[in-house]
Ligand binder design. Structure first.
Ligand code: HEM
Length: 359
């Protein structure tokens, strides 16, 4: 395997901003961090964007069931016309992602993915609590859980769509935002189902259900098993750390995982396996930095994936085969976002077109 880092010049991540270059009727977006890269490395940075919205038909989801029951919270029934209506919201989110490119590394996409994950990852298979169904992160104590620091930015980003499309639930909007961000940042298609129903603050999961980044492999395995995830799904999901980065004022940790934090790739696995990592000397919590450039980071819970032989084996598979990672991530992410929700057989799975595909 060729080293990922060797393809890159050392980049200042403060300067990362997408550039839009018009080429043969497609808008290509890339990060300024790619300046000076080889053409092979550059290719991994490009992803296409374009826009074509459709008209909304109004009411889409009606709750036909109550919730509760042994198998999970019942998804509301969604009308057969709904795919167009949800595609319209998808397009609106995607367009805003494209337009508001001054944030962080140049995209709100990573923080939208984190919102979708944190609203879902509280699911507990033991008592069937938590999960994305009720959109309960609007309320304390879930909104004030330290693990959710910074996610008010993602919720605020999406709020205007809750106003414009007032029939969509928060749970559906936040998970749709995550799917949109993964796809628009060049990741796999993720099947998505509607039907989450807003619940009140009494349904907030207790704090402490989301992973502690300072922990080891057995902890990570147990925590994801609590959510109902297999080892393979656990490793695939954590590969989302190809996107975005850590912010000292949110988690205490600092820096991006990859050189292309706004492009969905398998670089997380390549870097964690192929680069050398050392404990960063700084006035902050224990985290790792790459020896070569000292500009990338890994959390102790990321490094844990390489310290456990069965986790590591899966990392190697994903480092060698991006298509396999995309396929497994897509299935695991859908499962995560649907944790604790029961669908009837008639509930359709929607696969949304990217803006680029609709040009
Ligand atoms: C052991 C499991 C995990 C741990 C300990 C962990 C921990 C963290 C931490 C500490 C941050 C930095 C937050 C900040 O300071 O802004 C972060 C960011 C992020 N995480 Fe995770 N995470 C885990 C799993 C996941 C999973 C399963 C996903 C998605 C499927 C995910 C997606 C993200 C994304 C996209 C970001 C970047 C957010 C941004 O740039 O604003 N993480 N994670």
């Amino acid at each position: 395997m060729a080293s990922v880092a060797s393809n890159f010049t050392r980049a200042s991540f403060k300067q990362l901003r997408p550039l839009k270059i018009k080429a043969s009727s497609k808008t290509f977006v890339r990060s300024t961090a790619v300046v000076g890269l080889t053409s092979a490395a550059l290719a991994t940075y490009y992803y296409n964007n374009d826009n074509n919205n459709k008209k909304s038909n109004g009411n889409a989801a009606k709750a036909l069931f109550g919730f509760g029951g042994a198998s999970g919270l019942n998804a509301a029934q969604v009308s057969s016309k709904a795919q167009d209506e949800y595609q319209e919201i998808y397009n609106a989110i995607a367009k805003k992602l494209q337009d508001e490119d001054e944030y962080d590394y140049g995209s709100y996409g990573p923080v939208l993915v984190r919102l979708a994950w944190h609203s879902s990852g509280t699911y507990d298979t033991n008592d069937k609590t938590g999960g994305s169904y009720g959109g309960t992160m609007r309320f304390a104590p879930e909104s004030t859980d330290d693990a959710n620091n910074g996610l008010e930015i993602a919720r605020k980003f999406l709020d205007e769509f809750k106003v414009k499309y007032d029939w969509i639930s928060y749970g559906d909007l936040w998970t749709l935002g995550g799917v949109c961000a993964v796809q628009e940042l060049g990741g796999p298609k993720v099947k998505w189902r509607a039907g989450r129903v807003d619940q009140d603050a009494s349904k907030c999961p207790p704090n402490g259900k989301l992973p502690d980044a300072s922990r080891d492999a057995p902890y990570v395995r147990n925590l994801f098993a609590r959510m109902g995830m297999t080892e393979r799904e656990t490793v695939a999901l954590i590969g989302a750390h190809c996107l975005g980065g850590c912010h000292a004022d949110r988690s205490g940790y600092k820096g991006p995982w990859t050189f292309s934090p706004t492009v969905f790739t398998n670089d997380f696995y390549k870097l964690i396996l192929e680069d050398k990592w050392q404990v960063k000397k700084w006035d902050g919590p224990k985290q790792y930095e790459d020896v070569k450039t000292k500009s990338l980071m890994m959390l102790p819970a990321d490094i844990a994936l390489t310290e456990d032989s069965s986790f590591k084996k899966i990392c190697v598979e994903y480092a060698n085969d991006q298509d396999l990672f995309f396929k497994d991530f897509s299935a695991a992410f859908q499962k995560l976002l649907e944790s604790g929700i029961s669908y009837t057989k008639s509930t359709k799975e929607f696969v949304f077109k990217t803006l680029d595909e609709q040009e």
